[in-house]
Write a protein that binds this ligand. Structure first.
Ligand SMILES: [Zn+2]
Length: 133
């Protein structure tokens, strides 16, 4: 396996649809949980450029960790997600029917999940079942 400059495992492109376990661990190290709400359970790797619709690659720069509830919302409402290749900051771009100006919203960005402090009340974990979304 070829390793990138940051020691993250490099990308598998269109070779396989699902992020490898190693890639998910890399996303976990980078995002520290759901990049949208900060939740640390029910996490899934999302293709920023969708696999089906956009033919996006299964690469770390095209991946983001989302909880299943946010993952569902991103697909249902067609949010765009950009990950800065240098800072790894994740930005969520709302669809026009939610925000006509489509102003990017910063995600929850953490390099050190174990040192995370919950600064935003709206990011508090819920006990709601992700299936109820
Ligand atoms: Zn979430």
């Amino acid at each position: 396996m070829v390793m990138g400059a940051s020691s993250l495992p490099l990308d598998v492109g269109r070779a396989r649809r699902y992020f490898t376990r190693t890639q998910v661990l890399g996303l976990w190290e980078r995002d520290g949980g759901c990049a949208s709400c900060g939740q640390t359970t029910f996490l899934e790797a999302h293709h920023n450029q969708w696999w089906d619709r956009d033919h996006g690659p299964t690469d770390l720069t095209n991946g983001v960790l989302l909880c299943s509830r946010c993952h569902h919302r991103v697909h249902a409402d067609h949010w765009e997600i950009h990950t800065d290749p240098v800072s790894h900051a994740v930005a969520f771009i709302p669809p026009a029917h939610i925000d006509p100006d489509r102003t990017p919203r910063p995600g929850v960005h953490r390099h050190h999940p174990r040192e995370h402090h919950r600064e935003h009340p709206r990011h508090n974990q819920t006990t709601e079942s992700p299936d109820a979304a």
